[in-house]
Design a protein. Structure first.
Length: 408
């Protein structure tokens, strides 16, 4: 689906969609619980439906109506399972160690760029503890064997998703384990979300410096939980407000573990006068990689040069997001330079309009829809349906607050 966005001021009220990061973790904890749990305030995004399908394949019984999931925990894990992760890196990386802890012979499949995304940390550490990989650098691949407790050494600088996967799996093992990080942890807030979700389901993790101590034989306790609003999705509306929109954003938890709540602080700092002038910024994106696309848009309207650093991991997301945002903004008259690990964005005040692709990446069209609000001409987004990966009704919400959209 290709759409044309005609520049218009956005105003009105939106409710932040449920946090995909929190939802993945709560669904997995519920599936590992001994009993029946209810997970409320879900969203039928492709990533979440992939996780639900995979947990069902592993042996959980899940009734899902698009908003609420009734989850009966795994009693007898499937001997074999085919786990289609679609394009969800979280689903893949969370469930590799979980399936090994359950002892299931699992075939992992996926779509888009997922077959290319690395699982190297698992290939290096899991075989030392009983996992067997039939892996040829792409999908499908098979993981078998059953994990044993012990000392797990893993780097923390590739993706926190690997840390989360192990924290979800290790409590199920018979003995105690230690998770040692061999390199500094990036995106620590995502690990904090994991530990918070585990605590809600009765599982305790102890942090010792940069390492994590995990007592074995823990039981996941079923419970009734509600997924909080997603700051990474609300960020598009927060930046729109910084650029002159008037949007009331509801559904966000003030004391959230989500690192992406940093967007509020960033937007407050760039505002410096009553005439809409914006100060340039410098942001270390190590803990907030999902904010980079919309921050690149924000920088294009600041009065000076903004910098985003420590974002090299964005090159192995659904797209190379650093390249995608540089190409997209420059094609509309922006001045963005990309570096190995970040972006330099020179403020231009206004964009000219034009045509941009979606790069098969849900965050690129959403970011460019914010850019369109301040463009002088129409912005055509090719492949706008990719937002369904995380925010299926984004375009309906965008129109409800004054966005002018037509299909082309």
């Amino acid at each position: 689906m290709d759409i044309k966005i005609t520049p218009a001021k956005l105003s009105g009220r939106v409710t932040a969609p449920p946090s995909k990061s929190v939802a993945h973790r709560m669904l997995i904890c519920a599936a590992l619980s001994e009993g029946e749990s209810t997970v409320r305030n879900l969203f039928p995004s492709k990533d979440i439906t992939a996780t639900i399908a995979c947990l069902s394949a592993l042996g959980a019984e899940i009734e899902y109506d698009g908003r609420t999931a009734l989850v009966r925990g795994i009693k007898n894990a499937s001997r074999r399972a085919r786990l289609d992760c679609n394009e969800s890196g979280s689903t893949l990386r969370f469930l590799i160690p979980v399936s090994c802890a359950l002892g299931t012979i699992s075939e992992f499949t996926g779509a888009g760029r997922l077959p290319e995304r690395p699982i190297t940390p698992y290939l290096e550490c899991l075989p030392k503890h009983g996992a067997l990989f039939d892996y040829k650098n792409t999908m499908p691949f098979t993981v078998s064997g059953k994990l044993s407790a012990g000392v797990y050494e893993i780097g923390g600088d590739i993706s926190s998703q690997f840390i989360t996967g192990l924290l979800l799996a290790l409590p199920m093992l018979d003995g105690d384990s230690e998770l040692r990080l061999t390199t500094p942890l990036q995106s620590k807030p995502y690990v904090d979300i994991t530990i918070g979700a585990l605590e809600q389901f009765g599982v305790k993790i102890t942090q010792n410096g940069n390492d994590y101590m995990v007592k074995g034989g823990q039981k996941f306790t079923p419970c009734d939980v509600t997924v909080e609003g997603d700051y990474s999705q609300a960020a598009f509306f927060e930046v729109a407000n910084a650029l002159g929109a008037d949007i009331e954003i509801q559904g966000l938890l003030e004391n959230s573990y989500q690192g992406d709540k940093k967007i509020i602080e960033i937007c407050q700092k760039v505002l410096y006068n009553n005439n809409g002038g914006l100060k340039p910024f410098s942001v270390d994106a190590a803990d907030i990689p999902d904010l980079v696309p919309v921050l690149a848009v924000l920088g294009s309207f600041c009065e000076g040069t903004s910098y985003i650093t420590n974002a090299a991991r964005l090159r192995i997301k659904e797209s190379d997001r650093l390249h995608a945002m540089a190409v997209s903004l420059n094609s509309l008259g922006g001045r963005v330079r990309e570096f190995d690990d970040g972006l330099e964005i020179e403020g231009v005040g206004k964009l000219s309009g034009g045509v941009v692709p979606d790069f098969n990446d849900h965050r690129i069209p959403m970011a460019m829809s914010v850019a369109a609000m301040k463009s002088e001409g129409d912005v055509i987004i090719c492949g706008a349906q990719s937002v369904s990966k995380s925010y299926p009704d984004y375009w309906e919400v965008y129109k409800s607050i004054g966005g002018i959209i037509s299909e082309v």
